[in-house]
Design a protein around this ligand. Sequence first.
Ligand code: ZN
Ligand code: ZN
Length: 630
Amino acid sequence: MEGDESFSDKDVPTRRTKPKVVKKKAKLVEAGPTKSAAKSKPDTGKTATPADEPKHLVVETTRAADCAEGELNPRGTEDKEKRKSVTTTSSAREDQTFQPVPWSYISDEEEMEVGEEEMRLRDGRGIIPRDVDLAEEFQIKYVGSSNARLGTTVKGEGVDQIKKTILRLVGLVPDETTPSDLDVFEASPQLVLSQEEQGLTSGQRETLFQEIFRRGGRVDVEDKPGWFLIIHKAPTTGLIHLCLEMAHKSRGASIYVAIRLCTKPKCYQYNQTLSSDVFPKCIQHQPNPIYTVMKVTDYNRRDVLVIFHLKFVSSVASNASNQKKDEETEMQINLICSGQPSWKNYCATEDLKTRPIPRSISRHHFNNESEALRMLSFESTIGMFMKLASGSQPIINLDDVIPLCYGMEGEIDARLKELGMELKIRRHLTLAEKKKVKYPFPGEYVLGRAAAANQQPEKGKTFFYTIMSCDMWYFGWTNTPDFKNRLVLVGGTDGAREYKRITEKRQKDRELEIGGLQQRDRELGRAEELCIYPPPLKAPTMTPYLLANCEDDDKKAMKTKTIEAKMIIAGYVAYLLGFRNPIRPNSDVGYSTNKCVFISLVDSNSWGEICEFVKLFWGFEPMLKKYERN
Ligand SMILES: [Zn+2]
Ligand SMILES: [Zn+2]
């Protein structure tokens, strides 16, 4: 919540009232679990709070009248309209005249030297659209650590602890019972071993709320110092919810915020629950999910184009108009951006004249997550080329890791041309020209050299490799020059392993199919020579090659990861330009099987190095050429 949010996921305190306190009953002290929920002593109000300590939120200590069992709001309470107050953010949202900073490619490349060298057949050729359906192994994927920007949900921090706390308050044993968990209950009057099967019943929810009320409306979350479960009335809507209370930094000061827990049975998540809902649901449990891909910019920044791509899921009525979807999702971008490290870093940039306000440039809504991923990959891959294009207008691209776009070669070509650039082959190098190309990255290039055979693992040394088949390549790095286990299928889901898994399964499936047909024909007594079967599908042979090494003492291996990112982009450019495996003759036109790349590690200075690597590895020099419509 950096700055004034007009629409916030979190309730912030509006009053500075001391929490009301209900004295814990003596009976409870004796009977309650000794080291779990009961350890949260009610705030007696007597201890002085240090000045820098944030004040707790106001909590409810009794239930509103006329609630059904296990509910906190009176019967018949309905969801409220989402809050729409007028703030700088909402004015940015509603500014109909807004135009992003224009951007187009300005080439600083010198004209191609004409006549100096003899033109070769492929010189000047551009991106080749593949007129085939994208095979499963080449599909766009997002692999790696999940994050909300990409719309994948992970278990929120502390969700297990919240669950444990709640189950204990209700008198249930958490699923992942450990011996120490059981000890607590041996001291209790009732040894309840039933687990939560269907989620809490309304009776159990009632018990939970009453237990919290008895403790003054606030209990500690187990093993999460500074986290509390509270029963809280949203200041904006007046709805009462079971909330997680935690300290949140806002403009340098720490304040407590209340975040509603999901009300779906068995769910203890708290991400993106709305204060306007009587029964708030987390992002996974909201009805009618739509997947939105947005290109976001900084509304206040006029000197340079800022772009940031988001994909997120939200809940909008299924028959909502596109305009309604735009409005509803636009209201969320401030919150979503404020949770993104790269946006936060950007906001912390020194000398920013005005506080950044995220504002969408383009919006696309999908009912299907994979279509949204396709759009995200397309837009962010275009953003990657804008970032790499050297000599262009400056751009601030806040994307960190992006899913690379496959199967849309024609669309990529068209969009790059709209932006005034064209990806082309400048030169198909002759053997003599190729010999002069130097490895552009720090470290030693060993592919095809004697040194490749005697590389040893060494502290502070990293290795780059490629894995190739007749129709694909994959680039990566490792701590060892040995590849014995690189393609073992357990434990990894990188593009190379996925390729192996999918193509081997295809081979197996075809073998089974043929086997079944042969069996049938034998049973029918058909003569063998008259039987026709589909051809076997042989999974392509995959070969790893050691490419290079690098001295890298850094624990985070940033130098290594930067080189890897450039190799991956080189492999992607080679795919767009329709190159083949340069080591195996007679290979097909290839695909890159790296699914993602950290573009936060590259900038416009990287393009030259990427081109040098493509020259070295494939023997072609790519270029981004100024494109002019005629
Ligand atoms: Zn915030
Ligand atoms: Zn949920």
